[in-house]
Ligand binder design. Structure first.
Ligand code: SF4
Length: 397
């Protein structure tokens, strides 16, 4: 079957029909705080917003595409591969529109029932080459919301593959975007190679192997499931090129690049067989930089708002937690009381109930709270958290 071209659903007449749906994620309160220099001053309560926070352009576009698809293909079966973005509030809204979900596992029996009457939305993180090919072969109508920044990374790793360079991807091996990038790094003929490393500890294992200090069996066992089929570290680490999931921690990626470059120099005497491109997207960088600036202010606590499975939001929470009492919440309901906040614990990887450091005894002084949100968090959710904080402080908004 000839593959149908992905369709552009963001047409003016369609967007006019879904304007209200898309605008529900805006917030006048957040806009007014932004306009006032990112500070909200109330008696006894100050909210300091980061200079950059919340929805990035890629996420806004993906959400518009999802709503426009629902409007344009009303009455048809519309599927979304995984989640459009990693935000529970947005995903729940889309589920309520009747969107169905396709799992990432291509062997799932649901795929057997797809045909040309089905409409399938590719999420902002993209999909693997294999999945896209399979959907095209089924003749479904694809609607592609892959972010341009993700596609930019794919171009880099495809080029590595063309040149016989193995891609080293700094990312989470199980994250949708890293899986899609890994599949792209196998190149047109599928013969390219990749390895995904998650953090500096794994980068050290890789660096040691490159420099001749690794033990093959232990290396392969540690990275099982994180490298391409047929990957042989004694052959395929001869020339490496780095890329990263677009939402990683910039400082960590920079350090990992330096570690691997040093290992190649130790082995070869020069870095000619080491290549790197910074593929962290501008939106992720802006949010991390703005948080660093915010953390220079004298604050009592930080609130990071967003989905717990959102990579860029998790990194914001990690950065803030190194400096201040930090609460990572997905919605206002997480703030149950002054002594009870459901906050996501990065180490336990679960929500835990914790107390605000601002107890009733502190009510005599001004609370100075920092707030930021990941690139997939809508402004209306940020507003609800700010309102709840004000309520707990006894302020009228
Ligand atoms: S965080 Fe970056 S890569 Fe991800 S959707 Fe937004 S702009 Fe695109």
């Amino acid at each position: 079957m000839t593959a149908r071209k992905p369709i552009n659903v963001r047409r003016p007449e369609v967007m006019a029909r879904v304007r209200n749906k898309v605008q529900q994620y805006n917030s006048e309160l957040v806009d007014s705080i932004r306009a006032a220099g990112n500070v909200l001053n109330l008696p006894g309560f100050e909210v300091h917003l980061a200079g950059a926070f919340g929805f990035c352009d890629g996420v806004k576009r993906a959400i518009e595409i999802a709503y426009a698809t629902c409007a344009m293909f009303e009455g048809r079966r519309i599927w979304l591969i995984g989640e459009i973005i990693h935000n529970p509030a947005v995903n729940a809204d889309l589920d309520a529109m009747g969107l169905r979900h396709l799992p990432w596992n291509l062997n799932d029996p649901v795929y057997a029932g797809l045909d040309e009457d089905d409409v399938v939305i590719i999420p902002a993180f993209g999909v693997s080459v294999l999945m896209r090919r399979m959907l095209e072969e089924k003749g479904v109508q694809l609607v592609d919301s892959t972010c341009g920044n993700v596609i930019r990374v794919w171009q880099k790793v495809r080029n590595y593959a063309k040149l016989g360079i193995t891609s080293v991807i700094h990312g989470k091996a199980k994250h949708e975007e890293s899986q899609a990038t890994a599949s792209q790094s196998c190149g047109e003929d599928g013969k390219g190679n990749f390895i995904v490393i998650f953090n500096e500890t794994e980068a050290q294992l890789l660096a040691d192997y490159i420099a001749g200090r690794g033990e093959r069996a232990a290396f392969m066992a540690h990275f099982e499931g994180c490298y391409s089929a047929g990957f042989d570290p004694d052959i395929h680490l001869a020339e490496i090129g780095m890329a990263n999931q677009t939402t990683m921690l910039k400082s960590e990626t920079a350090h990992i690049q330096s570690m691997l470059r040093t290992a190649v120099v130790e082995r070869d005497g020069d870095d000619l067989r080491f290549h790197a491109f910074d593929t962290i997207c501008g939106a992720t960088q802006d949010r991390q930089n703005a948080l660093f600036e915010l953390l220079d202010k004298p604050l009592d606590a930080m609130f990071i708002i967003g989905g717990y499975n959102s990579s860029n939001t998790t990194h914001l929470a990690h950065i803030a937690s190194l400096k201040l009492p930090t609460f990572f919440v997905k919605e206002a309901d997480c703030l149950m009381g002054l002594d009870k906040v459901r906050s996501f614990d990065l180490k336990a990887k679960a929500e835990c109930e914790v107390a605000l450091p601002l107890q009733a005894a502190d009510l005599s002084r001004t609370w100075r709270i920092g707030v930021t949100a990941g690139a997939s968090c809508p402004a209306n959710v940020i507003e609800s958290v700010v309102r709840r904080l004000a309520e707990l402080r006894g302020c009228q908004l």
